[in-house]
Design a protein around this ligand. Sequence first.
Ligand SMILES: Cc1cc2nc3c(=O)[nH]c(=O)nc-3n(C[C@H](O)[C@H](O)[C@H](O)COP(=O)(O)O)c2cc1C
Length: 154
Amino acid sequence: MTNRRTLLVVHHTPTPLLREMHEATLQGAHDDAIDGVDVRAVSALEVTIDDFLHADGYLLGTPANFGYMSGALKHAFDSTYDDIRGKIDARPFSFWIHGRSDTTGARRAVESITTGLAWKLAAEPVEVIGKPLTDGDQALLVELGGTLAALLMG
Ligand SMILES: Cc1cc2nc3c(=O)[nH]c(=O)nc-3n(C[C@H](O)[C@H](O)[C@H](O)COP(=O)(O)O)c2cc1C
């Protein structure tokens, strides 16, 4: 019997900058002070129903694409939603979004789907416009990963 918890990180990170953002969240989630939490990072194109069902909390990462979340993250929910809805209510989650000019529609899209899943926003989402990433952006992303993982401890 194990009391370990799992933070599922579902991300679509096809550019170097997006990978930098993703890595910053993982750095936070892997902080030495966090104990008993496994961090499972899965591409949005590959995540499965079981991945969602067996996790205790969620961190989503996506670019803004055509005023929405990425098609890849939408695919993650298109292909699992009916099978996970109602089974993982009230689990903590948060997200980050990067855009060239406007992340509003992408944020709305993530909020809409996660409201349907009855997840609980447990850390302030991080939205970044343009590049390069500032030290402040990096710090917020590290904090985002660390906060979610820490919430799952114990
Ligand atoms: C097909 C496509 C659609 C995009 N749509 C948006 C958009 O609606 N809003 C926005 O702010 N950025 C948009 N972008 C920019 C991406 O969000 C941006 O490329 C991504 O976050 C990665 O940043 P990078 O290209 O600087 O590495 C789009 C990019 C692509 C390729």
